[in-house]
Design a protein around this ligand. Structure first.
Ligand code: MG
Length: 375
């Protein structure tokens, strides 16, 4: 029996993780955490009967405790760290959105608990620190993001290191739009993702291709690859989830129906493969696949992400924070779509990179950038 602690159980990845666990035998939820969706959390507690639960707010924790007096109910960031590092648990799956996932991830690593990582900020903000700690503690960082899971799967043969990583991108809703059309789009247009159904922040990041940029940074950390050896290819059908090229010119691809259930399940069952929710769910008949070069002038966020990644250390903290506040301002109608890239560009321009930045300084810089560049 494998015990799972799921951080962010009511979000898109969280609910899909529970669907995967419904299907797998021998997997049990040990603890759950959620942000605001207490109504759904209550249903999840009734169904999965966790030992421990954590809510963002104290008030919500009180409501849960009243309803389930025997349950260990924690709250806020400290509660999240507590359940993440609980040694009763075999894998902590981090599906929280934003920087809230970083501290619990590090705490779990220090307690030698394997991490299934769906949260992008963890590696974008503190990839050097997280990966070093994981190596020191012999902890596995199992990628949940579909692209990184694909690369991870293609690298199952440990004898041959990757020569290049090729990350696929659907291109998002604006792939065939002009810069002018992009500038005049509102949040509703940008939220219409052609392939994946995801949260609001990540869907806007897919429209700017910043999501792909963040994934390039994650791939750099997860697979210890130079940025020059990580390529992005536009693949609108989202059937190939990424490629690994080897030194002899051979490429391996991971292909499957575009569903997060598969990468979630692989992270949980690794190194095994088990019959799951998507078994027999995909037919290649009639499918076509196309690949295009990304347009870095049209999607400048992707270019900025590469630049920040190559600069390293504090630059990716700035990239991430400036992007997040700009996306929020776009979603609330305060800025235009292309102002997102302008905000990120400006924040990076005005920043002097701090080498070997500490965890405390990362959080401080993150706060500063958010304050300075939000409207
Ligand atoms: Mg992805």
């Amino acid at each position: 029996m494998k015990k799972i602690t799921l951080l962010g159980s009511t979000g898109s990845i969280g609910t899909q993780t529970l669907e995967v666990i419904d299907f797998l035998e021998d997997y049990k939820i040990h603890a759950l955490s959620c942000g605001k969706n207490i109504a759904l959390l209550i249903k999840q507690i009734e169904k999965y009967k966790p030992e421990r639960v954590c809510t963002s707010d104290y008030e919500d924790a009180k409501i849960i405790k009243e309803k389930f007096p025997k349950l260990d109910v924690l709250h806020s960031g400290e509660g999240l760290v507590e359940i993440a590092k609980d040694k009763q648990n075999d894998i902590t799956l981090v599906a929280t959105s934003g920087k809230v996932g970083l501290k619990p991830t590090l705490a779990a690593i220090e307690n030698k608990i394997d991490i299934a990582l769906a949260n992008k900020e963890t590696l974008v903000m503190a990839g050097d620190i997280v990966m070093k700690k994981a190596r020191e503690n012999g902890v596995k960082i199992l990628p949940v993001d579909s692209e990184h899971s694909a690369i991870f799967q293609c690298l199952a043969d440990k004898n041959n290191p990757p020569y290049k990583l090729i990350i696929t991108a659907s291109g998002g809703p604006f792939l065939n739009k002009t810069r002018e059309q992009m500038q005049n789009s509102n949040a509703l247009d940008a939220l219409k993702h052609p392939r994946w159904h995801m949260g609001r922040k990540i869907t806007i990041d897919s429209a700017t291709l910043m999501n792909k940029g963040l994934e390039v940074i994650e791939a750099h950390h997860l697979f210890n690859m130079d940025y020059n050896d990580i390529k992005v290819v536009i693949h609108p059908q989202s059937l190939v989830h990424s490629f690994v090229e080897f030194i002899d010119g051979s490429m391996l691809a991971q292909v499957g129906f575009p569903s997060m259930h598969i990468p979630i399940q692989y992270a949980l069952t690794y190194p095994k493969r088990l019959k799951g929710i998507k078994t027999d769910g995909f037919n290649l008949w009639g499918q076509t696949m196309s690949f295009e070069k990304p347009d870095f002038e049209k999607f400048r966020c992707l270019k900025l992400a590469y630049e920040a990644g190559k600069e390293g250390s504090s630059a990716t903290v700035v990239l991430n924070a400036a992007n997040e506040v700009a996306v929020n301002d776009f979603l609330s109608g305060k800025i235009h779509f292309l102002d997102i890239e302008k905000t990120v560009y400006k924040a990076l321009e005005e920043h002097n990179t701090i080498k070997d930045i500490s965890l405390d300084d990362i959080f401080e810089l993150d706060r500063e950038v958010r304050k300075k560049y939000s409207i």
